[in-house]
Design a binder for this molecule. Structure first.
Ligand SMILES: Cc1ncc(COP(=O)(O)O)c(C=O)c1O
Length: 494
């Protein structure tokens, strides 16, 4: 069932087209689903890759969660209402007065050097030194994912990603027809032992992955952070095996406790690590400004890809960032966000303990925007979402974070975009529908308490790249409730 099914009008997941599949109703201009007749008309014209393109679960959800009555714990949105309008006015006014013509003009594909200076400042805040020539300014971090994949992946090439992975990366990898092998994470991030095993197996099969995609700090969606030991091991593997790593780090500066780990880029000195950064979570996603730092030969190819994609990143946005950095101490705003999000995270953790049944498990992130909840395996969170939407609350079903059909009993909850009262109320509503499902299962099966979960098999993976059973299933848990993804948990009644 898709989100639109939940609204009573969808055509089902198999169609694989979300908002992009809508057509304007000729009578009233109201968007409606394409009919099968509409599709037939154009079917012969689509590129074959469109058959494997996937709609982004989050994009689909945004259409639904825009309704004011819905409490959305689904998006990955920062709370832009915290940004001072006076600062925005000052920055915009300054651009209008000082560089209006320039702001309205095209710019160089690689980005403005003034913007690169701001980027260097942000990277320095995470103890990374970078040369402007090693940077390319992009239209959000999302474009980095697209350009890197476009640059490195031919159909069938292997990308190694975490399990679960960033749901927004799933449509990117799918549209370039990558064969994605997902490695389980636990409370210390990606399981490097499983990564090594998988790389060995792929090597025996004569398949060399093009890159490893990882979000080491406060991972989206699981909230976990790669330990220092594993960071070192990953960088070592990249060197030994001459393997590129894409380090995606939108959340590193949104830390609520503990001390930072070094980035993979700083450990590797930019030899095999491509680094993705973005202003989306520390300033604004609306300005669509991100960047990539990569080894020069790789960056040159990425630049060519960007020329074809959009010529250059918005000059206006780049000047906005430059003026903002000159106008006001940007770290102070990040610090204020950190305070606000820490309180919301704590509210969500407390509400989970209060309202979720004992059978549920969840992660406790030290930063970032997300908590990952794992439910008993008889609950399908995609179906649960339809039920939750009737109670005006939304989350991202775990399936969106996998390319192999796993994750169906998990969900991602966001705590940054709603106030504390809404976070608590949203969790209460979801907890209620989860509890109903658990009670129903108990009534139907006569079983009480926590049902033992079987390790979840990967549902779809091409044979050549299929993870070994250990990779697919993870290490068996000794907990009475077996896990889908083995992460540190705080159970509701613990
Ligand atoms: C892990 C990760 N990577 C990339 C992005 C894309 O961010 P943007 O394009 O807004 O910079 C996001 C957004 O949520 C994200 O969570």
């Amino acid at each position: 069932m898709t989100v639109d099914d939940a609204q009573g009008g969808g055509t089902g997941r198999a169609a694989g087209y979300g908002r992009s599949g809508r057509a304007a109703d000729e009578r009233g201009g109201v968007p409606t689903r394409s009919t099968s007749r509409d599709l037939e008309r154009y079917a012969g014209l689509f590129a074959s890759r469109t058959r494997v393109m996937r709609s982004s679960a989050m994009r689909d959800l945004m259409a639904v969660t825009a309704r004011p009555e819905i409490i959305s714990l689904a998006g990955g949105l920062p709370d832009t209402s915290t940004f001072p309008p006076a600062t925005f006015a000052a920055v915009a006014g300054r651009i209008a007065a000082e560089s209006c013509a320039r702001a309205l003009q095209y710019g160089p594909t690689e980005g403005l050097s003034a913007t690169k200076k701001c980027i260097a400042e942000v990277m320095a805040a995470e103890h990374m030194a970078v040369d402007g020539d090693d940077l390319l300014v992009t239209t959000g971090g999302q474009q980095v994912l697209d350009l890197v994949t476009k640059t490195l992946i031919d159909p069938g090439d292997v990308v190694v990603a975490e399990a679960p992975t960033y749901p927004g990366a799933v449509p990117v990898f799918s549209s370039y027809e990558a064969d994605v092998v997902q490695i389980d994470v636990d409370e210390c991030g990606m399981r490097i032992d499983l990564l090594e095993e998988t790389l060995d197996r792929l090597e025996r099969e004569g398949r060399r992955p093009k890159f490893v995609y990882t979000i080491p700090s406060f991972q989206n969606p699981a909230g976990v952070t790669l330990s220092l030991e594993r960071r070192r091991a990953l960088v070592d593997i990249a060197r030994r095996r001459e393997l590129l790593v894409l380090e995606d780090n939108p959340y590193g500066l949104l830390r609520y406790e503990g001390s930072p780990e070094p980035t993979l880029r700083s450990l590797d000195q930019g030899l095999y690590v491509m680094y993705l950064g973005t202003f989306s979570k520390i300033l604004s996603p609306g300005i669509r400004l991100g960047w990539v730092a990569a080894p020069p030969p790789v960056l040159e190819k990425i630049n060519l890809g960007k020329q074809a994609a959009d010529l250059c990143t918005s000059t206006l946005s780049q000047l906005l960032v430059q003026a903002y950095f000159e106008e006001t101490p940007w770290r102070a705003y990040v610090d204020s966000l950190t305070e606000i999000y820490r309180a919301r995270r704590d509210t969500m953790l407390d509400a989970l303990a209060e309202f979720f049944p004992a059978e549920a498990e969840w992660t406790r992130p030290a930063g970032g925007l997300f908590i990952w909840v794992t439910l008993p395996d008889f609950i399908d969170t995609t179906d649960l979402l339809a039920r939750a939407l009737r109670d005006n609350v939304a989350f991202v079903p775990g399936e969106a974070a996998y390319l192999d059909g796993r994750g169906r009993s998990s969900m991602r909850l966001n705590f940054s975009s709603s106030g504390q009262d809404a976070v608590r109320e949203g969790v209460r509503r979801i907890g209620k529908v989860v509890s109903e499902q658990v009670a129903l299962y108990g009534t139907l099966t006569g079983r009480r308490g926590a049902p033992v979960r079987r390790p979840e098999p990967a549902r779809r993976a091409p044979p050549a790249s299929e993870p070994s059973p250990e990779v697919a299933a993870g290490t068996p848990s000794e907990e009475p409730v077996a896990r889908v993804v083995p992460m540190r948990q705080r159970s509701g009644r613990a």
